[in-house]
Design a protein around this ligand. Sequence first.
Ligand SMILES: CC(C)(COP(=O)(O)OP(=O)(O)OC[C@H]1O[C@@H](n2cnc3c(N)ncnc32)[C@H](O)[C@@H]1OP(=O)(O)O)[C@@H](O)C(=O)NCCC(=O)NCCS
Length: 142
Amino acid sequence: MASPLDSATPQIDSLSIRDGLDGLTPSRIMTLYRRAPLLRPVRNPKKVWSMFENASLVLTAWNDGDLVGIARVLTDGVLYSYLCDLAVEPDVQRLGVGKTLISEILERCEGTELLLRDSDISAGYYEYLGFNRVDNAWVMSG
Ligand SMILES: CC(C)(COP(=O)(O)OP(=O)(O)OC[C@H]1O[C@@H](n2cnc3c(N)ncnc32)[C@H](O)[C@@H]1OP(=O)(O)O)[C@@H](O)C(=O)NCCC(=O)NCCS
């Protein structure tokens, strides 16, 4: 079945996607999370940076030098990839930035199953993009 991800062309002409930590700082990441909003129980800049250094894949979206989107993935490269955090700057939400980041992730993690944890704010988004809800997931807090 066709998915909106098949036509992931952002409606921002100057949008560019970067792979890796280029241009990122803990402060930029935390500002974007706060604004999106994406609530994460981490305020310590060193810990925030570790979350990104230890990720398998970090993709960022930029509009005229401004960070407008971010995504982090942990993957074994074979079976499973976990999309940890996806956040888009509110001024440019619903213009295809999230869709573009997910589409790039699916390309880089091809062959693996992409898993994620949903939030109330993004309710409906992943279903709309063609993700399937699973009811056999379990979580234990560390
Ligand atoms: C959820 C979020 C990442 C979506 O990113 P985005 O760049 O705004 O969304 P996109 O422009 O890629 O949306 C793609 C499509 O999904 C639709 N869409 C966006 N949010 C939606 C929602 N909550 N429910 C249903 N559809 C939605 C868009 O209208 C768009 O439709 P189109 O393809 O027909 O034009 C972004 O809104 C965000 O950062 N929210 C706050 C943080 C958050 O909840 N992150 C997810 C944590 S799991």
